[in-house]
Design a binder for this molecule. Structure first.
Ligand SMILES: Cc1ncc(C[n+]2csc(CCO)c2C)c(N)n1
Length: 213
């Protein structure tokens, strides 16, 4: 999970926030299966609103990509999110008793709003490199915490499936490819990419911190 490319240099420049996020106590609790239902509920309700803008950003990356091969790979990933990942949210919301109104239009936290604004900005840049800078953080950081697991999967699917969605061979392969894309096109827009990457890592940490505020 290390290397010498552009994406690794960006990550290293944010190592403190990155490590605080992937070693967060909420992550520890999810991996151990001890994250309380109320906390999982609060997290997933906000995260569903995050995913909405994430899908829009992925669409912008598909539109701004510089080759059909890249568009194909991004589209395959998009198809997975709107199928497997969406059914996880619906089943978790059922299990946690989240009513329709809170699934569709909950009160948004400051951090969720800031994340949505960041993803909108990256999408509206019309730059493939800048879209990738935010996508890489969201995916690589989640791969990094999910693969910290050493023990068995927790018994409750709300924990277990959220881990396996981010720790599987398809996802690992995609994150590797996405990083290679950023390594390839990022250096030409180094400052803009670094700024977006840094903001995304800070927000990832805050997204977890909020659950204990
Ligand atoms: C705040 C926040 N940051 C990153 C992710 C991870 N993530 C979002 S969409 C996506 C692609 C399909 O899983 C991934 C990995 C998240 N869920 N919530």
């Amino acid at each position: 999970m290390t290397g010498t490319g552009f994406s690794e240099a960006l990550r290293r420049a944010c190592a403190e926030d990155w490590n605080a996020a992937i070693r967060h106590r909420f992550v520890d609790a999810m991996l151990a299966g001890t994250a309380e239902p109320a906390r999982m509920r609060a997290y997933l309700v906000q995260d569903y609103q995050f995913i909405d803008r994430f899908v829009a950003l992925l669409g912008a990356a598909i539109a701004s990509a510089d080759s059909y091969a890249s568009r194909l790979r991004l589209s395959g990933f998009l198809a997975m999110i709107v199928s497997d990942e969406n059914t996880y949210f619906q089943r978790a919301f059922d299990a946690l008793g989240v009513p329709e109104a809170e699934r569709a239009a909950p009160a948004l936290s400051e951090t969720t709003r800031a994340f949505q604004a960041l993803m909108r900005e990256a999408a509206e840049s019309r730059s493939y490199a800048q879209a990738l800078s935010v996508l890489v953080v969201a995916e690589w950081l989640y791969l990094s915490w999910a693969t910290r697991r050493s023990g068995p999967l927790p018994p409750d699917f709300v924990h277990a499936e959220w881990i396996t969605l981010h720790d599987n061979d398809f996802f690992r392969g995609f994150v590797g490819w996405l990083r290679a894309e950023l390594d390839r096109v990022g250096p030409a827009e180094e400052a803009a990419c670094a700024a977006l990457f840094r903001r995304a890592v800070r927000l990832e940490r805050r997204f977890f911190d909020d659950l204990y505020a």
